[in-house]
Design a protein around this ligand. Structure first.
Ligand SMILES: NC(=O)c1ccc[n+]([C@@H]2O[C@H](COP(=O)([O-])OP(=O)(O)OC[C@H]3O[C@@H](n4cnc5c(N)ncnc54)[C@H](O)[C@@H]3O)[C@@H](O)[C@H]2O)c1
Ligand SMILES: O=P(O)(O)OC[C@H](O)CO
Length: 352
């Protein structure tokens, strides 16, 4: 599609962006803030409201136009504000961006259910699998709300800081309803954000969740200074393991080679802005997980998702040596060195 055609369409009256008056963002962390600002930059009269928990952060955002905790030093567009009051945040919104960490999402959604009309599409950017249920966000959202809710899953190589800096970014909007995926595409597409669409929700969600686990493994290899060969081999093995599990769950093979798969795997496994990779690096250098988590205010979703992957591997009878080794290391059942030794001494196999 020619770019001129895309942008002309976006400017037409009645386009999703032109029709939108207010968008609420659940979770005023780094990514909720970044994506809220990306929307606000699209349309100066669009009202973007961040629903945050902390009244002090709320005050900083409204007075300083800066998320002083998660994105310090970045000025936010004037049409972004924050509130701690859910009814006020949600009322009149045409869309809700969900950027609450997966493990907190069920309780959060149950808490705001009564204020969110069942017709308002949720644009979910959270990446992970829920501990206990093993659910993806596309399962968790209707389960928590106890009703159907239109939802699009936005995923891909997208560090919050670079989105905030308005640097070129590519993501994919996944929804079984192709029209709704295109609506979200129209909301976010800009000269600095390309948004592909797909109906493969499972593939996008599994890739987005498992790449965080693989990034921890990549960080461990980096932290142990095992070299470029080891890192590349590990990531290639991890890509295969994600593909094996994703296909068992009915994902399209093409998704794995797209933005939410290979794109986000490369970014998160090699990019030094990745929180998951950083956790792995510190584990590889011998730090204890509890100390690592205590020292960071931000979530690394792969830590919780790693344990869920072990259950899925068992349930679907698929061998995932790299991804399941991460859970072993996180649970202190294996040291990083023992995990590497174990993987290196697995039977030599034919590629699959
Ligand atoms: N940061 C990124 O670069 C990035 C990029 C793409 C996707 N994501 C995904 O977006 C999601 C959010 O990540 P983030 O990076 O913004 O995390 P973060 O750690 O920067 O912020 C998390 C936010 O969620 C809020 N929160 C936590 N528990 C909550 C609860 N119980 N109720 C309400 N709010 C709660 C926190 O207060 C905070 O505002 C994650 O699933 C992450 O994987 C992050
Ligand atoms: O910082 P991470 O490791 O949570 O990665 C952030 C995004 O998911 C990158 O696409």
């Amino acid at each position: 599609m020619r770019w001129s055609k895309v942008f002309n369409t976006r400017k037409l009256a009645g386009s999703p962006l032109e029709a939108a008056k207010k968008i609420v963002v659940f979770g005023g962390g780094s990514f909720g803030t970044a994506m809220g600002c990306a929307l606000a930059r699209q349309k100066p009269d669009l009202e973007v409201v961040l629903l945050v928990r902390d009244p002090y952060l709320c005050k900083d955002i409204n007075l300083l136009h800066e998320n002083t905790r998660y994105l310090k030093g970045f000025k936010m567009p004037p049409n972004v504000r924050a509130t701690t009051h859910a009814p006020e945040a949600i009322v009149g919104a045409q869309y809700a961006v969900h950027a609450v960490p997966v493990q907190s999402s069920r309780a959060f959604l149950q808490g705001i259910k009564e204020y969110l009309p069942s017709s308002v599409p949720i644009i979910c950017v959270s990446k992970g699998l829920e501990v206990g249920s093993g659910q993806m966000m596309s399962e968790l959202i209707p389960s928590a709300l106890e009703r159907k809710q239109p939802a699009v899953f936005l995923s891909g190589p997208s560090f919050a800081k670079e989105v905030m800096q308005n640097r070129p970014t590519g993501v994919v909007a996944a929804c079984k309803d192709a029209k709704l995926a295109r609506t979200v595409q129209a909301l976010f597409a800009s000269p600095t954000m390309r948004v592909n669409t797909t109906t493969d929700v499972v593939g996008v969600e599994i890739c987005g969740a498992l790449k965080n686990v693989l990034a921890i493994a990549a960080g461990i290899v980096e932290g142990m200074d095992l070299g470029h060969n080891a890192l590349a081999a590990l990531i290639a093995q991890g890509c295969s393991e994600i593909r094996w599990l994703a296909e068992k769950l009915g994902a399209k093979p093409t998704t794995m080679s797209g933005l939410s798969g290979l794109g986000d795997i490369m970014l998160t496994c090699y990019g030094d802005l990745s929180r998951n990779r950083s956790v792995g690096m510190r584990l590889g250098r011998g730090e204890r997980l509890e100390d690592i988590i205590a020292s960071s205010s931000q979530v690394a979703e792969g830590v919780a998702t790693a344990g869920v992957v072990v259950g899925l591997a068992r349930k679907y009878r698929v061998s995932l040596p790299v991804l399941t080794a991460v859970a072993q290391v996180l649970d202190n059942n294996l040291t990083a060195r023992e995990a590497v030794f174990h993987i290196m001494n697995l039977p030599q196999i034919e590629e699959a």
